[in-house]
Ligand binder design. Structure first.
Ligand code: SDX
Length: 379
């Protein structure tokens, strides 16, 4: 008989398996990707290098990196079949549904769809890595009535992502802030979407099914959807106002007091694992600060700092990565509903690394439940 105390709702605090992909340590407030502190990787490695590290367990040699870059750059163009599928979707559907559909279509048409060898999985992972930015870029442009911008092979991953989205070359500072966000979003152990991918993989289903399921999990505002929700919060409080930082902070605090009084969750704050702040926030906040400086939007700092201070004072709850990431993407010019698809583009790496790890040492994931329905009866 299972007792009430044995139930761990939300699997909170439950260790279900080993992983060598990353280590989230709330005691030291740190995050290691295959043993490397994420701050070090964000400071000095390209997103392409970090992807190879997460997939293979080691940073790439120059030859490995050169080969991957060539493959990635050759695989960036939006497939005509995927574009046709996206064009069937209404302009007012959520971009996460476009991302989910695109991956599903890619999988349904893939020659290696049901080849689960590590070699085939790595090929499929690298193809998704290369192909997904064009899905996000095309979706934002079609919603704005703009023509598609073809990828350029003379640009790196981040430069090209911004080129395809905005049709112009971004300045180095903006490209680097984008790269930092991709590195920080790439992997975070058994978060809800990654665990979803592992559950699907554990039945011996295919990689694209696992990634499609993970996208469904990431969409929710308690998880990846929070970066979009943070920007909705900023708009609700009111940005673009010509006011002192103190006045902006006061408005943010008043908004928070109403939200908490209404028992609402303030998006971008709190975390299931980190309880004294998210290890990635300082690095992402530094990138946001650079964007605020670059675009001269200092009034946003009043809102940002004001809400953070108010949440700390009222609930002792700290920001998570989504809190600085949302405003950063806003300043870069991404539409608010495109923020979580940007999270997909990055987390494809973590999801596929975990899919390969699950497959290499698999056990069907099937927990128990305690029955609390009617006792046995007859009709
Ligand atoms: C991501 O898991 C990962 O690693 C995820 C992620 C990754 O990289 O993959 O880090 C990415 O998803 C970050 C989280 C993004 N989500 C949000 O910003 C949504 C807002 N956050 C909350 O919903 C919440 O903090 C969670 C869901 C993130 C975590 O919640 P828990 O661990 O289930 O804790 P809880 O909801 O039970 O909260 C404990 C208490 C509650 O108060 P009481 O009811 O006990 O009085 O803290 C309160 C909560 O009400 N609380 C909040 C709050 N977060 C917690 N109150 C207001 N606003 C919040 N944001």
């Amino acid at each position: 008989m299972i007792t009430e105390t044995e139930i761990k709702k939300g699997l909170a605090g439950v260790v279900v398996d080993y992983t060598a992909v990353s280590k989230v340590n709330p005691d030291t407030n740190s995050l290691l990707y295959r043993g490397y502190p994420v701050q070090d990787l964000a400071a000095g490695k390209s997103f392409e290098e970090v992807a190879l590290l997460l997939w293979n367990g080691e940073l790439p040699s120059q030859i490995e990196l050169t080969e991957f870059i060539a493959t990635e750059r050759a695989g960036r163009a939006l497939d005509a079949g995927v574009k046709a599928a996206i064009d069937l979707l209404p302009l007012d559907c959520h971009p996460m549904d476009v991302g989910r559909t695109a991956v599903s279509v890619i999988g349904a048409r893939h020659a290696l769809a049901n080849d689960s060898s590590r070699e085939a999985e790595l090929i499929k992972a690298k193809e998704l890595f290369a192909a997904f930015p064009a899905v996000v870029a095309y979706d934002q442009r079609r919603r704005r009535g703009l023509d598609i911008v073809e990828p350029r092979e003379d640009l790196d991953y981040s430069q090209n992502f911004l080129w395809m989205t905005f049709g112009e070359e971004a300045v180095p500072d903006v490209v680097d802030a984008f790269r930092v966000s991709m590195v920080l979003y790439a992997e975070h152990s058994f978060n809800a979407s990654t665990f979803t991918a592992r559950v699907i993989t554990s039945t011996l289903s295919d990689l694209h099914s696992a990634v499609t399921g993970a996208i469904g999990a990431l969409k929710g505002p308690l998880h990846g959807g929070a970066n979009e929700a943070v920007m909705h919060t900023f708009h609700e409080i009111g940005i673009d106002k010509d006011e002192s930082r103190e006045d902006a902070a006061a408005r943010a605090k008043a908004w928070m007091e109403d939200a908490l009084a209404a028992k609402k969750k303030v998006m971008g704050f709190g975390h299931r694992v980190y309880k004294h702040g998210d290890s990635r926030v300082p690095t992402m906040k530094a990138a946001l600060d650079r964007m605020i400086e670059h675009y001269g939007r200092h009034e946003m700092l009043g809102l940002y700092d004001g809400l953070e201070a108010a949440m700390d004072e009222a609930k002792g709850i700290k920001p998570n990565l989504d809190y600085p990431a949302g405003p950063t993407y806003h300043l870069m010019g991404f539409d608010t509903e495109m923020f979580t698809p940007l999270f997909i583009a990055s987390r494809i790496v973590g999801w596929t690394a975990h899919i390969m790890e699950q497959r290499a040492s698999n056990a069907l994931i099937r927990p128990l439940s305690a029955y609390n329905g009617p006792e046995q009866r007859s009709f």
